[in-house]
Design a protein around this ligand. Structure first.
Ligand code: NDP
Length: 330
């Protein structure tokens, strides 16, 4: 089976030469392990962080070794109790065609209940990120006006729709193309949306939210965060989920110039990591699962085929090639 290795740590934007697709031997599973033929791989912005050596909440990818990431696949050999050949499992050994997974790190998923790729996106990690960040970190309540950046992406599209379904007074999104903006308003039911490439984020946000915002769900950082502070209402809350606009910077980005507004507004900015909120997973699936099945919550995926295109798919997420969750189908 083939697998993607990290050869050198990218400086700025990752280059194809930093990676290699390598043929690896397919091992038989040891005691308590299963062999999985991966069917869907996840590529996510946070993987850029693991390509760097900087100390973080999760160890850097090792040079000359296979990378990791969310994946769903079919068990083709089992040496573990409770998991049978033919079962589908969610696990963390992506970026490869075949994975030997410890059974304790494999979660069985039901291919009848949802398409397998959904366990990586709308019903998986990115979905829970949206749910936990909006409801817990940002302490969303009915009647709030909500702004979300990266709004046509996996997390952002779900944040906006959950806010609407839970009674937001107004939901505003930003994205990087006019097609994405149209999708937000026409398909996902956002009240307003704008293309951040078309002009000043602050001005476009003020036009879209003349009465200000109570919640900002930040996926982008930079100008977006500054604009959100500028439009924040009294007791506003900002949940910092991601700052994709700075992930490839080689110098630290300047911070927002208007932080003093937090004093007037009694505003709060708080970062969060989905990994701390898995206690919400059952509640998330109970509440959001039916919305997905009924079509009240819509989602898209951008699906790239083939292990050889796994790297391009990852780079595509950083560029904005995706609408909704970026998935690699093997
Ligand atoms: P997305 O599906 O949103 O894909 C990333 C999107 O970011 C692209 O489609 C692109 O859309 C946008 N983007 C890229 N560069 C820029 C830029 N310079 N300025 C504005 N937008 C940009 O990815 P996810 O939904 O998986 O992740 C969204 C965010 O959430 C990321 O910041 C990620 O790191 C973070 N995250 C955090 C987690 C946590 O636990 N805190 C967990 C999961 C994700 P466009 O065309 O609109 O530019």
């Amino acid at each position: 089976g083939r697998e993607w290795h990290l050869l050198s740590r990218p400086h700025g934007w990752p280059e194809p030469a930093d990676f290699a697709l390598v043929e690896a031997e397919v091992r038989a599973p040891g005691e308590g392990q299963v062999l999985v033929r991966n069917e869907y791989l996840s590529v996510d912005p946070y993987m850029r962080g693991r390509m760097s050596a900087a100390k973080s909440y999760v160890a850097p990818f090792e040079l000359g070794k296979v990378m990791q990431g969310g994946a769903v696949g079919e068990v083709v050999a089992s040496n573990a109790e409770g998991i049978a050949v033919g079962d589908r499992v969610l696990h963390f050994l992506g970026w490869r065609e075949y994975a030997v997974v410890d059974a304790k790190n494999a979660v069985k998923v039901d291919p009848e209940a949802a398409p397998l790729s959904a366990y990586l996106g709308v019903l998986g990690m990115t979905g829970l990120t949206a749910y936990a960040g909006l409801l817990r970190t940002a302490a969303f309540k009915e009647g709030d006006s909500v702004f979300v950046s990266g709004a046509a992406g996996a997390v952002g599209s779900q944040v906006g729709q959950i806010a609407k379904l839970k009674g937001a007074s107004r939901v505003i999104g930003s994205a990087g193309s006019d097609e994405k903006v149209e999708l937000l308003v026409k398909e996902y039911g956002f009240d307003a949306a704008f293309n951040y490439r078309n002009g000043s984020v602050s001005e476009q946000l003020r036009d879209a939210a003349p009465d200000g915002i109570d919640v900002y769900f930040d996926n982008v950082g930079g100008d977006h965060l500054e604009a959100a502070i500028g439009s924040l209402n009294r007791d506003g809350r900002i949940a910092v989920c991601g700052m994709i606009s700075v992930y490839n910077n080689t110098e630290p980005a300047p911070g927002p110039k208007n932080l003093a507004r937090l004093i007037q507004t009694r505003g709060r900015i708080e970062g969060f990591l989905v990994g701390d909120h898995y206690d919400l997973q059952p509640q998330f699936v109970r509440e959001v699962g039916p919305w997905v099945r009924s079509g009240e919550l819509k989602y898209r995926e951008t699906v790239v085929e083939g292990i050889e295109n796994n790297l391009e798919a990852f780079l595509g997420v950083l560029r904005g090639d995706n609408t909704g969750k970026m998935i690699v189908k093997l």
